[in-house]
Design a protein around this ligand. Structure first.
Ligand SMILES: C[S@@+](CC[C@H](N)C(=O)[O-])C[C@H]1O[C@@H](n2cnc3c(N)ncnc32)[C@H](O)[C@@H]1O
Length: 311
């Protein structure tokens, strides 16, 4: 049990409009209690609510921004930017080489939170000037803070409040970090199908690798780096909710998409890998991507590899 992340429960928006919805503290507590998570119940019970029992949205926003700021420090430590560029660099090289579409290209970070990744990419110009960088999040407070930080740093990127799949312009590549485990059951395959149905060339979604040690690693990291009990709690729960390699490859096999996994479990030291991506490319992009990756292409596997490994 203990499968619920508090941050998913204490804020709610109408998915189409992004409009904020009131959240009743007693209802959150009841859900957590039913999942058997008394520690989470105590954390939520401390949050202030109004006379009707609705959680104070300003307090919730400030709390989530502070937890995500601590999360950003983890991303810096885990060199999330470098890890992404290791794959996204060759992916954009492959897209450019096919000439299927000339630039400018657009990278969309789905559920960008405070926009660390997009801001890092903008600050380092790691993907080249022909890649427009856009971060999108349903949470107005987080994306507002991302925009504020980008302006303060004078960065060439932009942030949008809303659903990443409702943007007026199509993405060339969709990316995300730490988002996949939030989609459970059929919602995971739907997440990939929506992207497959757009003109996008590829997607590349990073999430915690589901190793046996992931929850222990998450506990150590989040206790060392996060002060608020909510951040510590959700960090460990998210590692427990991480999807297996098989689940991700199966879900990512959407129409017109070749699903691939980089650094599958078992090929790496479980202590070291913390985030690894599931990738989907249009079939004509696989060969140019492997070429652009060079020796690292050996770490890129499709569903047939996992069938061999387990069969
Ligand atoms: C755990 S946060 C990840 C934040 C950030 N990527 C990071 O690594 O710090 C997941 C975020 O995804 C957002 N989200 C989920 N589905 C989305 C969608 N379709 N469009 C925009 N944002 C989405 C949620 O609002 C939430 O803020």
């Amino acid at each position: 049990m203990h499968q619920l992340e508090i941050s998913d429960l204490i804020t709610a928006v109408e998915p189409r409009s992004g409009r904020r919805l009131p959240v009743r503290r007693a209802e959150v507590i009841q859900q957590l209690r039913e999942s058997g998570d008394e520690r989470a119940v105590r954390i939520v019970a401390e949050l202030p609510s109004d006379r009707d029992g609705v959680l104070d949205p300003h307090v919730v926003d400030r709390l989530l921004i502070s937890v995500h700021t601590e999360l950003q420090r983890l991303s810096e430590e885990l060199r999330v930017g470098e890890r992404l560029v290791h794959l996204l660099g060759p992916l954009f090289t492959a897209i450019r080489s096919t000439g299927a579409r000339s630039g400018p290209y657009r990278l969309v970070d789905v559920g960008c939170g405070l926009g660390y990744l997009v801001r890092w990419l903008a600050a380092t110009n790691a993907l080249g000037a022909d890649v427009e960088l856009v971060g999108v999040d349903l949470d107005a407070a987080l994306v507002g803070e991302a925009e504020r930080l980008a302006r303060a740093e004078g960065l060439g990127c932009r942030f949008v409040h809303g659903n990443a799949f409702d943007l007026p312009e199509a993405a060339t590549v969709y990316v995300s970090t730490g988002v996949l485990h939030h989609f459970r059951g059929p919602a995971l395959a739907e997440f990939f199908q929506v992207q497959a149905a757009t003109p996008a060339h590829a997607f590349c979604h990073y999430d915690i690798a589901a190793t046996r040690l992931a929850p222990i690693g998450a506990w150590v990291f989040h206790h060392a780096r996060m002060r608020h009990p909510l951040g510590r709690h959700d960090g460990v729960v998210s590692a427990r909710r991480a999807h297996s390699d098989e689940t991700l490859l199966r879900a990512a096999a959407a129409p017109g998409i070749r699903p691939l996994l980089y650094e599958p479990r078992g090929s790496v030291n479980p202590f070291c890998t913390t985030l690894r991506p599931v990738i989907g490319v249009r079939p004509y992009l696989e060969a140019p991507l492997r070429l652009a990756l060079g020796r690292a292409a050996r770490r890129l596997v499709g569903p047939e590899h996992l069938a061999e490994a387990t069969g």
